[in-house]
Design a protein around this ligand. Structure first.
Ligand code: ADP
Ligand code: ASP
Ligand code: MG
Length: 410
């Protein structure tokens, strides 16, 4: 008997009708003779609603209480789906993360899964019961509820799939697969039949929220067959695979973007050894993650130093940088949160030159100024003003001909 983990996201379980539709799909799989472990998210909008409530009572900075609050969204959907399955005559049982148990570290609001006990789930399957597990949540060694970071239900699903060694982990969502870029921004984006773990990890980490980055990391590490599909219609979706096509792959597979970063520049820093560490040291010490970094060549004995951080850390980073500005006797701090990062990703870049030029040409043709650039072996990222984001993504998508089916996909 084959085993599947099926994860249904917020829109897929966003109303009683949708929960019935999901129950119908799960029941179809069971009726076809497969074992299914279901993972669900909170109903769409619920985690945002709870976050706003926390903000209104000044609690958003209390990570333990945030986890207590946010984990309640998934508690609702597991019960509703188990009821809808029972209503169809299937035996089903809902599980909180702690009841499975999914053990994480104690890093509230961004915990990492450390261990999964599969006994309770295996027991269910052996007795013909469909387990319905709350995504996004776990429990730390001292019994505290934790959550895995926004979008983390994907990671719950893949981690369960790895622990149970299933045939396939299916992520059901509101689009019918992974596209060359977000189809809500580029209407003629194309669904990919397959994408490599390496590319998907870059796309997810650089902002394509269709999969939580940790879920892709897990799937790659434990070799979980991972597929993204629509819960609204039937189709083959997109398979995330280790295999690169034997035929030539397109140079660029996809474009990711994020509005979630902000840029800080320290102007007129003395251009002497040790400056980078004296600027970034205090920022890092505060637990703030730094993404892109640029240091210009100084002409008059001073230089400008720019870096980007997550928007959530922007205010704090600005405060720290103002203190550094005084200590280093730099000229001033420029802080800009109206930026966006656009990245092109593709394993084909390894063997092709000129990708950066093509990307920069596309932006130049639209008169879009590039503020920061960073590259790695399989990606190029640029920072542009936030108001140009959609235009930038569309023009790069066109420039690389991503709408057309490449001859390379078999
Ligand atoms: P769920 O609630 O099911 O987890 P998400 O909203 O987290 O769904 O992720 C699905 C959304 O991801 C899509 O609605 C789409 O707008 C967005 N998205 C971003 N980049 C891509 C991409 N490259 N391919 C498909 N969807 C993408
Ligand atoms: N409900 C959580 C969120 O909205 C987790 C998830 O949906 O994956 O981020
Ligand atoms: Mg999601």
């Amino acid at each position: 008997m084959s085993i599947y983990v099926q994860k249904y996201g917020g829109t897929s379980v966003g109303s009683p009708e949708r929960i019935h539709a999901v129950a119908e799909r799960v029941a179809r799989f069971r009726a076809a003779g497969h074992d299914v472990v279901v993972v669900v998210s909170a109903m769409s909008g619920e985690t945002n609603r709870l976050t706003e409530l926390a903000e209104q009572v000044g609690g958003a900075a209390r990570p333990r209480e945030m986890d207590m609050l946010l984990s309640s969204g998934e508690q609702v959907t597991i019960a509703l789906l188990a009821m809808a399955l029972a209503d169809r005559g299937w035996s089903a049982r809902s599980f909180l993360g702690s009841q499975v148990s999914i053990t994480t570290d104690s890093n509230h609001t961004k915990a990492r899964i450390e261990h999964i006990d599969t006994d309770a789930l295996r027991d269910c399957l052996a007795n013909g019961v469909i387990p319905v597990v709350a995504g996004f949540q776990g429990v730390d060694p001292s019994g505290e509820i934790t959550t895995l970071g926004r979008g983390g239900s994907d990671t719950t699903a893949v981690a369960l799939a790895a622990a149970l060694t299933v045939d396939e982990c299916q992520i059901y969502t509101d689009v019918d697969g992974v596209y060359t870029t977000d189809p809500r921004v580029v209407a003629n984006a194309r669904r990919l039949r397959s994408v490599t773990f390496e590319e998907m990890l870059e796309l997810a980490s650089l902002g394509s929220k269709v999969l939580h980055p940790r879920s892709v990391e897990f799937a790659g590490k434990y070799n979980v067959a991972l597929r993204v599909l629509s819960s609204f219609e039937d189709g083959e979706g997109t398979l995330i695979t280790t295999e690169e096509s034997t035929m030539e792959r397109p140079v660029v597979s996809g474009i990711a973007f994020t509005r979630d970063e902000a840029k800080l520049t320290l102007v007129g820093v003395p251009d002497v050894p040790g400056v980078a560490s004296r600027i970034l040291g205090p920022v890092g010490k505060d637990g703030i993650e730094i993404d892109m970094i640029v240091q210009n060549v100084g002409a008059d004995g001073t230089t400008d130093f720019t870096f980007t951080v997550k928007k959530a850390d922007f205010k704090r980073a600005e405060e720290i940088l103002s203190q550094v500005c005084e200590t280093l006797k730099a000229k001033r701090v420029i802080a800009d949160s109206d930026i966006a990062k656009v990245s092109v990703v593709g394993v084909g870049m390894r063997s092709h030159a000129g990708v950066a030029t093509a990307m920069f040409d596309a932006l130049a043709a639209e008169n879009i100024n590039i503020q920061v650039i960073s590259t790695s072996e399989i990606k190029i990222s640029v920072v542009v003003a936030e108001r140009y984001l959609e235009l930038a993504v569309r023009s790069i998508h066109d420039a690389f001909g991503l709408t057309e089916e490449p001859i390379s996909e078999d």
